[in-house]
Design a protein around this ligand. Sequence first.
Ligand SMILES: NC(=O)C1=CN([C@@H]2O[C@H](COP(=O)(O)OP(=O)(O)OC[C@H]3O[C@@H](n4cnc5c(N)ncnc54)[C@H](OP(=O)(O)O)[C@@H]3O)[C@@H](O)[C@H]2O)C=CC1
Ligand SMILES: O=C(O)C1=N[C@H](C(=O)O)C[C@H](O)C1
Length: 267
Amino acid sequence: MIRVAVVGAAGRMGGRIITAIKEAEGLELGGAIERPGHAMLGQDAGSLAGCGPLEVAIVDSLEEGLKSADVLIDFTFPEVTLKNVAVCARLGKMIVIGSTGFTPEQRAEVAGHARKIPVLLAPNMSVGVNACFKLLKEAAQILGDGFDVEIVELHHNKKKDSPSGTAVRMGEVVADALGRDYNKVANFHREGMCGERSKEEIGMQTVRGGDIVGEHTVYFIGMGERIEITHRAMSRDMFARGAVRAATWLQGQAPGMYDMQDVLGLR
Ligand SMILES: NC(=O)C1=CN([C@@H]2O[C@H](COP(=O)(O)OP(=O)(O)OC[C@H]3O[C@@H](n4cnc5c(N)ncnc54)[C@H](OP(=O)(O)O)[C@@H]3O)[C@@H](O)[C@H]2O)C=CC1
Ligand SMILES: O=C(O)C1=N[C@H](C(=O)O)C[C@H](O)C1
């Protein structure tokens, strides 16, 4: 039995992940962690998630929450995850990271800890989005420099980071395939007399509102024709199932950085 702890247990993703653990074969919830002072501390994590009591109370100490766990699933925020991955490295526990919004420096810090433990970091755990990454690479290679690339993402009004981690990865995949540096060609802002569009830039647009789970469209816009590759998430459950699949896949892996492309055999 693989014992999984969940940090951010009372969050939108935390509850879905706890339910996915309960529904999965060969896994059980080993710990549930929330931030100090959280109103749900002491509550049964399963009851709070809506999947029935699991006899695991939500605690505010990561060390305590990890005592009966082999692997941690972390869907929180970069600053929180950085502290958590350091604790996991110290305790020799594996970690699956779904948090988004990392700077390149923060990603490098996570990778430093991956010298000691297996770390899976993926901005999107869904099979569909990971298939899209492959489709985008191929589309960019076929279409080349003759098509302008624009990326639009839509999310709920509670999302804190922008653009989404998925949109950033889509931009990186397309930029790589076109031989460009994403950090140099991403254009996040057009306003006023900003001039004609450059050939190299990749436009990154963000929409926030209501309860949209997550939608991403990459436009390849040519002269007289346009290709759109879109992924729409209808619920958070496939992200949660992806995270649980990743936690299972990590068992027995050597220390290092992995992502969902490894889990799904898409490398
Ligand atoms: N990789 C993927 O497939 C997906 C990634 N995500 C990402 O997951 C992250 C979380 O998203 P979501 O669930 O919607 O966000 P939520 O805000 O609903 O959940 C985050 C939870 O973490 C808690 N938290 C904050 N600080 C700490 C701390 N120090 N220790 C423990 N828990 C803490 C929050 O508590 P409080 O609210 O009280 O601050 C909250 O309950 C985001 O970065 C999002 O982009 C989301 C969906 C899919
Ligand atoms: O915050 C969210 O909700 C989501 N975040 C991820 C991201 O930033 O890409 C994945 C998904 O789109 C939902």
